[in-house]
Design a protein around this ligand. Structure first.
Ligand SMILES: [Zn+2]
Length: 80
C-alpha cells in the first residue's frame, strides 16, 4: 500500500495498492483503496487545486498523467 500525496500541501490524495516496483505513472482505479481526491471533470485534483492526474474515463481503467511534480508517493512498508 502506498499513499499518494500532494507535493504542494502534503495532503493525501489516495491510498493505492501498488503491485510491482515500476514508477507510478498511472493508477488502476480498482486498486485505489481510498479516494480522497477531488474529481473536477476529468481532472483529479487535490483539495488545494493542484491537478494530480487525468481520469481517462474508461470504467476500471487508469488515472493517467500522474504528475511527479505534483504528487508524491509514500510507501507504507508495514501494510500490504
Ligand atoms: Zn494539495
Amino acid at each position: 500500500m502506498i499513499i499518494i500525496k500532494c507535493a504542494k500541501c502534503n495532503g493525501k490524495i489516495f491510498k493505492y495498492i501498488k503491485i510491482g516496483k515500476c514508477r507510478l505513472l498511472h493508477c488502476w482505479k480498482d486498486r485505489i483503496a481510498e479516494d480522497l481526491s477531488v474529481h473536477n471533470g476529468n481532472n483529479i485534483e487535490c483539495n488545494c487545486g493542484v491537478i494530480i492526474g487525468i481520469d481517462k474515463g474508461k470504467e476500471s481503467d487508469i488515472l493517467s498523467g500522474i504528475n511527479s511534480n505534483s504528487a508524491i508517493s509514500t510507501a507504507k512498508p508495514n501494510q500490504q
